[in-house]
Ligand binder design. Structure first.
Ligand code: TNX
Length: 541
């Protein structure tokens, strides 16, 4: 054992000393620092903002008040506690969360619902910041939750750090009124080509929540793996989930673990959209149960990255018994409205068999109380207006959705596929659709991308991360960031307010936030990255 030298002990105490000094300073009644709300680098950019030039300062006396009893004190208290927990590590402040029937005293954060403000809709919020109070109001708890992300972004980036930081913790004063352009703003993580555990999925959820997304699509099955326990067909997970691309050990979520993910997402007002891909992309299921194959022979498990070679046997009754059991168990675990049935790249399914299959599966999904979502190929079947087509490449399929009155989720591969390489030097990912640099991922408009598909036909936008080449959380983050921030803005901010030249400057300031959150990101040469300012730096490494 090496004993510590006295000098080292003093050095180790330095952060504590600085913190004590800052605490003393923050207790004195200094005048508020002038600050310009319009210079803050918010992503997504808010719909409207008025700056009033001063600031509100968080101190160890600041509390969080939630309006009670509206919408049930428990839910609002939980949201207030979420904010308190986010702010605590870096500030060291133990913010007390308390319910109140009246306007709270000066010096605090106040969360209020409902605000009966139709313009704000389901997820909008109004943030009214004065020297005396930060008041966040919304029609719904979901709206408050989105607004809390704005409060995080208005604080110095160091607020995201896990260790104590010096502050000061000031928020520019003014009024923000903000609400999303599209109802659906999501991302997909393919957990089947490579398996990612519960903690990785939760981190992904937290990261998309920071950019106000509200949907997380999980690719739970594919040729290379089946990742969710199905109690009535147990081999799906135990055998079908036992490997992954490259031959690693794979894995699957037990129903309890999956329910935990769903709850974690729900607490962040994020809907989980589970996908079981069929009738193609089914080798893992076919390998687990021979009776699902037309010839009754189970194939070997598959660990390569080819697509389009497998199909369920669409004319066997047992196939629909299987689909019914899987959808029933999944629907019971799914509070959200959609079950995604894949339906893509069925190169070895005859077209008439494919249409027959999708029509039957749509009925099964509906019978279990859910709406069917599927990749754009499903539009060649007879879609109900409640079904949703996810556009990834075919304009004709997108138009077929519109003709049938079904809504569209926009995921053009050339713009939103997060597994597409940034350029020819990117080590991870693929490039069959395009190289997608950070500017290209941002510069497009869902409402004009496909001729004949307009904003009213579109539910929203989603960025999928396919995981053939992605094996761990660092690699996930590198492909997702910073492109996902741009996709989040496309889904939230009106098209007329979006401009790459202005956006890239705001994005440049998010470098400090990525670093504070420990997010591994691609430092594109197209973005004017801004180094963290000194008060955003950690006190120690
Ligand atoms: C196409 S897009 C696929 C996926 C692959 C992806 C790789 C779509 C609906 N299917 O199976 O993982 O390309 O980029």
């Amino acid at each position: 054992m090496i004993s510590e030298k006295p000098g080292n002990v003093l050095l180790n105490l330095l952060p504590v000393f600085i913190f004590l000094m800052m605490s003393v300073l923050s207790c004195t009644t200094e005048p508020p620092t002038p600050k310009d709300l319009s210079k803050e680098n918010l992503i997504p950019k808010p719909v409207s903002l008025t700056a009033t030039g001063s600031s509100f300062r968080l101190t160890d006396k600041t509390g969080i008040y939630v309006q009670s009893p509206a919408a049930g004190p428990n839910e609002l208290t939980r949201i207030g506690q979420y904010l308190a927990d986010k702010l605590k590590p870096a500030t060291g402040f133990e913010m007390l969360v308390q319910a109140t029937g009246q306007a709270p005293p000066s010096g605090h954060i106040y969360l209020a619902v409902p605000s009966n403000d139709p313009e704000l809709g389901e997820e909008g919020y109004e943030l009214n910041i004065t020297e005396e109070q930060v008041k966040l109001s919304a029609n719904t708890p979901a709206g408050l939750f989105r607004g809390l992300q704005t409060i995080r972004q208005l604080l110095p980036a160091a607020i995201e750090r896990e260790e104590l930081q010096p502050g000061p913790w000031e928020i520019a004063t003014g009024i923000i009124r903000d609400y999303p352009a599209y109802a659906y703003r999501g991302s997909m993580l393919d957990v089947s080509r490579h398996f990612f555990g519960v903690e990785d999925v939760k981190r992904y959820i937290d990261l998309i929540a920071f950019y106000k997304m509200n949907a997380m699509h999980l690719g739970l099955s594919n040729d290379q793996g089946w990742r969710i326990e199905i109690k009535s067909w147990p081999n799906l997970a135990t055998h079908g989930g036992s490997t992954e691309v490259g031959g690693g050990k794979g894995g699957y979520y037990s129903q309890e673990e999956y329910a935990d993910i769903v709850q974690y997402a729900q607490d962040r007002y994020i809907t989980i959209i589970p996908e079981i891909d069929m009738p193609g992309h089914t080798n893992a299921a076919l390998a687990s149960y021979p009776e699902l194959n037309c010839d009754g022979q189970a194939p070997e498990l598959y660990t390569g990255i080819k697509v389009g070679f497998s199909t369920l046997c669409t004319r066997k009754d047992i196939t629909y018994q299987f689909v019914d059991d899987v959808i029933r168990e999944l629907a019971a675990l799914t509070p959200g409205p959609y079950i995604h049935i894949g339906g893509d790249e069925t190169h070895v399914t005859a077209t008439e068999d494919y249409i027959y299959f999708i029509n039957k599966v749509q009925d099964i999904v509906n019978a279990h109380g859910k709406q069917m979502a599927g990749w754009d190929e499903i539009t060649i079947a007879s879609l109900k207006p409640t079904s949703v087509a996810q556009f990834w490449s075919s304009a004709d399929h997108a138009k077929a959705a519109v003709e049938q009155g079904a809504k569209i989720i926009m995921s053009p591969a050339t713009k939103t596929y997060l597994d597409m390489q940034y350029d020819s030097t990117t080590a991870l990912g693929l490039h069959w659709a395009a190289y997608v640099e950070v500017d290209s991922a941002y510069i497009w408009d869902p409402a004009t991308f496909v001729d004949g598909v307009s904003k009213e036909d579109i539910l929203g936008i989603e960025s999928p991360l396919w995981s053939e080449t992605i094996t761990n959380m660092d690699e996930i983050e590198y492909m997702v960031f910073p492109r996902l921030a741009g996709h989040a803005e496309i889904g939230w901010t009106p098209a007329a307010d979006r401009n790459w030249e202005e956006y890239k400057v705001r994005l440049g300031h998010h470098k400090a936030r990525f670093e504070a959150m420990g997010v591994d990101f691609y430092p594109s040469g197209l973005v004017p990255w801004v180094e963290a300012v000194s008060d955003d730096m950690p006190l120690k490494d």
